[in-house]
Ligand binder design. Structure first.
Ligand code: BDR
Ligand code: CA
Length: 319
């Protein structure tokens, strides 16, 4: 039976690819998509998401706009400079002809989880966790009622790849709203964190060669993915697929290896705002230990991930 999921996105180049992967995977039933400010403001994230749904002929999937900014106090700016003007790698998309739903993202998440019943719904966040945190603060029981929260976010220093991208120590989604991440991690929910430790692995990224193959995709959607990745591949030489990896971890439960660890978030460090601090120490009775609360992704089968991704989003077969 397909797993019921809600996607919480800030579309965003790799969010767009994550939405495509989710909607083209029979292992998942996407109950709805909620949007939030992060890579771009929530209006643009909503517009971009509606465009992707139109491209996929899946306008039946409801889109619910959510928080307009983080719950963390202080100044902030969206991540548009990494995702190009408009958020889709500089590709200008037409105004969608479909409209988002009126019900707020936070109300939608709470209602659907209640209606579907205990442990039926997995919330996949590929954005700052503002909507998830607000839902949990309004309704703490949600933590128990959700099957899991799978979050693309964090940099846990499990290897060289575990360093940050928004700062030396912090990953964008957590850096943008560290208080929200702290609420989610400490909510009691089953939390799976797919962080930069695994998403920046080069064997799991779209290389320039794979990017060029996307241009020849027989599938219009594959060619759209090629177009939105262009600016990033031109600038960096390859494109990590952060958000699709979080979705893939629900599609193929053995794709990633997780370790259950005590994790907390630095919310106000001068240099370390948004650092996700995982405690790897070996403990004995003398040292008080925080309760392990987050399943942290520490390894991924990169080639298997790319096979799944390229097949589903572009109909390309990798050897
Ligand atoms: C995360 O930040 C965003 O820029 C991406 O969409 C992804 O969710 C990676 O740090
Ligand atoms: Ca994202």
């Amino acid at each position: 039976m397909a797993k019921k999921v809600i996607l919480d996105v800030d579309t965003g180049v790799d969010d767009a690819v994550a939405v495509i992967l989710a909607l083209r995977s029979p292992e998942l039933e996407v109950l709805g998509i909620t949007t939030v400010t992060g890579n771009v403001d929530v209006e643009k994230a909503t517009k971009n998401t509606l465009h992707v749904l139109e491209l996929l002929n899946r306008t039946d999937v409801p889109v619910h706009p959510g928080a307009r900014g983080p719950v963390t106090p202080g100044t902030w700016s969206v991540g548009e400079r990494f995702h190009g003007a408009g958020g889709l790698g500089g590709v200008q998309v037409p105004e969608p002809s479909t409209r988002p739903r009126k019900e707020h993202a936070v109300d939608f998440i709470r209602r659907v989880v209640r209606e579907e019943g205990p442990r039926e719904v997995t919330l996949i966040t590929t954005a700052p966790m503002t909507n998830a945190a607000l839902s949990l603060l309004i309704e703490p029981d949600l933590a128990e009622r959700l099957s899991a929260i799978v979050s693309m976010g964090g940099a846990f220093c499990t290897g060289r790849q575990g360093t940050g991208n928004s700062s030396p120590r912090s990953e964008f989604n957590v850096w943008f709203d560290p208080v929200a991440a702290k609420v989610v991690y400490n909510s009691g929910a089953r939390v799976y964190a797919v962080g930069l430790d695994v998403t920046t692995r080069r064997d799991a990224a779209i290389s320039r060669e794979l990017y060029e193959r996307l241009a020849e995709s027989p599938d219009e959607v594959g060619r759209f993915v090629h177009a939105i990745l262009g600016a990033y591949v031109d600038a960096v030489g390859y494109a990590p697929m952060h958000d699709p990896m979080a979705v893939a971890s629900v599609i193929l439960p053995d794709l990633l290896t997780f370790e259950l660890l005590p994790v907390d978030v630095e919310i106000c460090g001068e240099l370390t705002r948004g650092e996700t601090v995982a405690d790897f120490r070996d403990f004995d009775a003398e040292v008080p230990r925080r309760r392990p609360n987050v399943h942290v992704a520490v390894d991924v089968d990169g080639p298997e991930f790319l096979r799944l991704l390229l097949d589903r989003v572009a109909g390309l077969e990798l050897g």
